[in-house]
Design a protein around this ligand. Structure first.
Ligand code: RTP
Ligand code: MG
Length: 147
């Protein structure tokens, strides 16, 4: 069972898409184990996007992600990292397929609504950057246990 870090970015919050995005993850059958609505610090943003440090879009990216509150979540499930990336869609709106979150709602690479971890290593780092272990809830989900 894997965990991944998913975040509705400031544009998704501003556009009122938190509920729509949470609903897609719930209906997919994934398990929510943590959530918080926060204004992230510059330091947190720099840790989150450390792999992009030095790229030409880095400064704008950090400014954007700290420009307003985000809705941060941890979701759990089998292959949840790859599954979430599939549901989120590709980075650019020209590549994001219809039916994905970005494909359905995003029109610009810099305002693409949502983040999802891209590997188990990123997921661990990103979860630790936003959540304490006491903020993640362990519980049985009926769908996994009725048989
Ligand atoms: P994210 O990390 O936000 O979930 O997005 P991602 O994996 O699909 O894309 P990534 O390559 O990690 O890039 C992080 C964010 O930086 C912006 N970006 N701009 N060439 C550009 O101008 C450019 N490339 C990436 C995007 O907003 C992307 O989500
Ligand atoms: Mg990324």
């Amino acid at each position: 069972m894997e965990r991944t870090f998913v975040m509705v970015k400031p544009d998704g919050v501003q556009r009122g898409l938190i509920g729509e995005i949470v609903q897609r993850f719930e209906r997919k059958g994934l398990q929510l184990v943590g959530a918080k609505f926060v204004q992230i610090t510059k330091q947190q943003a720099e840790t989150h996007y450390q792999e992009h440090h030095g790229k030409d879009f880095y400064e704008k990216l950090v400014a954007f992600i700290t420009s307003g509150p985000v809705f941060a979540m941890v979701w759990q499930g089998d292959d949840v990292i790859a599954l979430s990336r599939q549901m989120i869609g590709r980075t650019s709106p020209l590549d994001a397929a219809p039916g994905t979150i970005r494909g359905d709602y995003a029109a610009h690479t810099n305002f693409n609504l949502i983040h999802g971890s891209d590997s188990p290593e990123s997921a661990s780092r990103e979860i630790a950057n936003f959540f304490g272990t006491d903020e993640l809830v362990t519980y049985n989900k009926a769908i996994q246990t009725w048989i």
